[in-house]
Design a protein around this ligand. Structure first.
Ligand code: HEC
Length: 97
């Protein structure tokens, strides 16, 4: 058991450079963003914009603008609040899709 834990820890450390992306992807799915914006940010519904491959800094700014109300959309004003603290990780994930 101890050995298994050590191997898992080593694997987690060696994957360090990917962890932000993985976390962002998990957040994106767990918060339900994928329900509208599609798997990996590739929307299949015209009324929901695709987010895949968009500039990360721009994505972060949109989420902050939705949070403050500077950008208005009833759905996103609510959803962006759920992403608080994870904007950058989610944006990095989406930009890399
Ligand atoms: C219930 C559907 C729905 C969910 C769930 C949802 N969104 Fe959205 N999202 C929208 C709609 C609709 C728009 C377009 C709003 C507008 O026209 O300003 C949008 C716009 C955006 C934009 C701006 C994109 C652009 O091209 O202007 C970003 C970034 C975004 N959403 C991120 C997220 C993230 C991150 C989550 C999860 C925390 C999320 N959304 C969850 C419906 C949704």
């Amino acid at each position: 058991m101890k050995k298994v834990l050590l191997v898992a820890a080593a694997a987690a450390i060696s994957m360090g450079s990917f962890s932000v992306q993985a976390d962002g992807g998990a957040m994106y799915n767990n918060l339900g963003c994928s329900g509208c914006h599609g798997a990996g940010g590739k929307s299949v519904v015209p009324s929901y914009p695709s987010l895949a491959g968009k500039d990360a800094a721009w994505l972060v700014q949109q989420l902050k603008d939705f949070q403050t109300g500077a950008r208005k959309d009833a759905t996103m004003n609510a959803m962006a609040g759920m992403a608080a603290g994870h904007e950058q990780a989610i944006a990095d994930y989406l930009a890399a899709q």
